[in-house]
Design a protein around this ligand. Structure first.
Ligand code: C2G
Length: 131
């Protein structure tokens, strides 16, 4: 059983997220997604439209996702990889190189982002249309 993990806010789920999750799952048999809590998002300087509970429920409904856990800190990744016996850590390549310290514990894979779509862009579009 090859276990894969990835991290993110996953707000206003869109095809960029789905493309990442599908490719991450293709790298193994079991995909864990650590989604940022609302408190951690504040640390990241992000404000999600949907709450942690809503983003968690939405991700749990995605066919590629086997387990959703909270991401509370930047520092939890090594213990997560050990605790969940993870073989592969995956992130979009906007994070290229940022998590190479995990190479001592598992494979580290950065996947090309999906161009032209982002939560921020969609949020602005929703706000505009609501006016
Ligand atoms: N992503 C993508 N293509 C997009 C948008 C996002 O491939 N058009 C990927 C990102 O690279 C990331 C994942 O989807 O791997 C989730 O994106 P975000 O929710 O924006 O995650 P982020 O805020 O980058 O949080 O500890 C890591 C952080 O929690 C990452």
């Amino acid at each position: 059983m090859k276990r894969v993990i990835t991290y993110g806010t996953y707000d206003l789920l869109h095809t960029g997220h789905i493309n990442l999750l599908r490719r991450a799952k293709e790298l193994g048999d079991y995909l864990i997604v650590a989604i940022s809590t609302d408190e951690f998002n504040a640390i990241k300087g992000k404000k999600a439209y949907y709450s942690f509970e809503q983003r968690k429920a939405i991700l749990e409904a995605v066919r590629y996702v086997d387990l959703v856990i909270p991401e509370n800190t930047w520092e939890q990744k090594i213990s997560d990889v050990q605790h969940y016996d993870v073989d592969v850590f995956v992130m979009g390549d906007d994070w290229e190189g940022k998590f190479d310290f995990l190479k001592d514990y598992c494979d580290v894979v950065y996947l090309p982002r999906t161009v032209g779509i982002s939560t921020t862009k969609n949020q602005k579009r929703f706000e505009y249309e609501e006016q």
